[in-house]
Design a protein around this ligand. Structure first.
Ligand code: THU
Length: 138
């Protein structure tokens, strides 16, 4: 995996964020098992509950294109007025959506501040004891 390329694409996706309410702009780049990368940004709404996170935008775009297996996601986010990025962890809903499609043992969540400064977590560590399809007998 080319982590730097994934991080670059997350920063590119972040520029597309639609955030008139929070001014907090998030970008995600999702690496599919076949090597393709999908970008996603957060898309807000005047009815706040209808806001969609960057991670889910990327995952849903990929699933719409027929992808079901993913290796990693890079996530970057900051307030418009901030000059630099801090580590931006995925929210609980996005972790749950990752658990639907990603292997908790291998799927990597990459949290960059810059192209060189980043942390890497496994999904199993960010969402332990998750509720999944197997709990429903699927
Ligand atoms: N946000 C994301 O895009 N991803 C996350 O994991 C955390 C939060 C967005 C949602 C909302 O548009 C803004 O950040 C502030 O919560």
């Amino acid at each position: 995996m080319n982590i730097q390329e994934l991080i670059r694409q997350a920063f590119t996706a972040q520029k597309k964020a639609y955030t008139p309410y929070s001014n907090f702009q998030v970008g995600a780049a999702l690496l599919c098992e076949d090597g393709e990368i999908y970008g996603g940004c957060n898309i807000e709404n005047a009815s706040y509950g209808a806001c969609n996170c960057a991670e889910r935008t990327a995952i849903f775009r990929a699933v719409y294109d027929g992808k079901r297996k993913f290796r990693a996601i890079a996530i970057v986010g900051k307030a418009v007025e901030s000059e630099s990025f801090d580590y931006c962890a995925p929210c609980g809903i996005c972790r749950q959506v990752m658990a639907e499609f990603c292997d908790p043992e291998t799927f990597e969540i990459i949290l960059p501040r810059t192209e060189e400064d980043y942390k890497v977590y496994k999904l199993k560590d960010l969402l332990p004891l998750s509720f999944t399809g197997s709990d429903l007998g699927k």
